[in-house]
Design a protein around this ligand. Structure first.
Ligand code: UD1
Length: 426
């Protein structure tokens, strides 16, 4: 089992290049199935979840070539419409192949992706949309079987909640459907806009991603496409908080500052200096940090994927912060670990009351999920003494070479395999 060992208390300083967005790459990789031809994708982050999606595409018959950050996928050879349970269970986002398979092959059988550490992750909104487009869906023995003899037809779909995955899955299903599909109350995340851009380059007719209504006019077929994945706003946000809590001075490149407005606003409110340019952000955290209240919301609100990281800042800020999690029911798993470091946090339902303390102390910690794990790394960087984080495979799901990036900024962080000798040395 690999661990991170961090000697905290060093200011991060320097420049860091942000990778391509995991949450844009995953749906676009799933969408390559729709095209039945070649897609060349640049800036693909080669992290665990992405490798898992590439494996899934290969399992379905696609040819995949990886050269640096460029991935070429030929789905003309993909003919399978069934995904095995072990592949589906490896990663929640595997459910995104259902829309493309149904649209292209008119039938699909995938295992239910199952629960997840941060709360139940149902697919009812995805399936409701497919049903409105004419699909017959049966859920049995943990599998979802969907068929639509004659192909999907356009429909007017109102999402009860702006689910990111449901919006993406329905958008993809609609690309090869007959007629027009209208999605009302869709998710407006930048990753949805990136999916639209990729699909339109391939010949799809989609308008409105990023707004309250998405309109898709079905087309007969798609063509080869080359596309560059947008930068990862959550990775960028994580580094911004890391710079702030270590009182550092970090410049991020390959970012779209507009995608980070909610995070930037909260950091400024906390007393952090944030400067932005066209494609860079500089964060300086020298002064005293002040408490901030946060409520997670769908984009453009404050992202749930940044809640855990911001709680680390709140833990060492002056005053009391109220942090409300409104997207996922079980997303406070980092709280017990932060308490081990000396944080003063109380949970009342979906609200965390965080009373700032003067400093955090190194501790032996466990990462429970991706963003909680990232938060613990940030806490370890800011804390006094040594922090050890176990179960870092969760962090590898969403961050490329995190320890190398932070080492380049002056942090002392290493990856070790097994043994507890580093901690025992204290
Ligand atoms: C995506 C992101 C994830 C992020 C989340 C919210 C990817 C690969 N993952 O996940 O990092 O945290 O958006 O910004 O892009 N829901 C239902 N029924 C459904 C679908 C969702 O009730 O059919 C609920 C979920 O239980 C959850 C909420 O809606 O409470 C948000 O889920 P959703 O927006 O779908 O998130 P994901 O697409 O799974």
């Amino acid at each position: 089992m690999e661990k991170f060992v961090i000697m905290g208390g060093r200011k991060l300083a320097g420049t860091i290049r942000v990778s391509g967005a995991k949450n844009a790459a995953l749906p676009i990789l799933a969408a390559t199935l729709l095209t039945g031809t070649v897609s060349v994708l640049h800036e693909v982050p080669l992290l665990k979840d992405v490798r898992c999606m590439l494996e899934l595409l290969q399992y379905l018959g696609a040819k995949v070539t990886v050269q640096g950050k460029t991935v070429t996928i030929d789905t003309s050879t993909a003919t399978s419409q069934r995904v095995s349970e072990d592949l589906m269970r490896k990663m929640r986002a595997s459910n995104l192949v259902l829309g493309p398979l149904l649209s292209r092959f008119h039938c699909a059988k995938v295992s239910y992706p199952g629960g997840c550490a941060i709360g139940s992750r149902p697919m009812d909104l995805h399936l409701k949309g497919f049903r409105q487009m004419g699909a017959e869906i049966t859920e049995k023995y943990g599998y979802i079987m969907a068929r639509v003899p004659g192909g999907l037809r356009g429909a007017e779909i109102h999402l009860d909640f702006p689910s990111v995955g449901a919006t993406e899955n329905i958008m993809m299903a609609a690309v090869l459907a007959r007629g027009r599909t209208i999605i009302r109350n869709p998710a407006r995340e930048p990753e949805i806009v990136d999916l639209q851009n990729y699909l339109n380059l391939a010949g799809a007719k989609i308008k409105g991603a990023g707004t309250d209504v998405i309109k898709i006019d079905g087309v007969e077929e798609l063509k080869p496409v080359e596309h560059t994945i947008i930068p990862d706003r959550i990775e960028a946000g994580t580094h911004m908080v890391a710079a702030a809590v270590t009182r550092g001075d970090v410049t991020l490149t390959n970012v779209i500052p507009e995608h980070l407005e909610a995070v930037t606003a909260k950091l400024r409110e906390a007393g952090v200096t944030v400067e932005t340019g066209d494609d860079w952000i500089r964060v300086r955290g020298g002064g005293e940090l002040r408490a901030v209240d946060i409520k997670t919301l769908p984009y453009p609100g404050f992202p749930t994927d940044m809640q855990a990281q911001m709680m680390v800042l709140a833990a060492v800020a002056r005053g009391t912060s109220i942090i409300s999690e409104s997207i996922f029911e079980n997303r406070f798993k980092h709280v017990d670990e932060l308490r081990r470091m000396g944080a003063d946090i109380k949970i009342e339902g979906r609200v965390a009351v965080v009373k700032g303390v003067s400093h955090l102390s190194g501790a032996y910690l466990e990462a429970s999920d991706l963003r909680a794990g990232a938060a613990l790394v940030i806490a370890g960087l800011a804390a006094e003494d040594v922090t050890v984080i176990e179960n870092i495979e969760h962090i590898d799901r969403g961050y490329e070479n995190l320890e190398h990036k932070y080492s380049a900024l002056g942090a002392r962080i290493i990856r070790v395999n097994g043994g507890e000798r580093y901690f025992d040395k204290r």
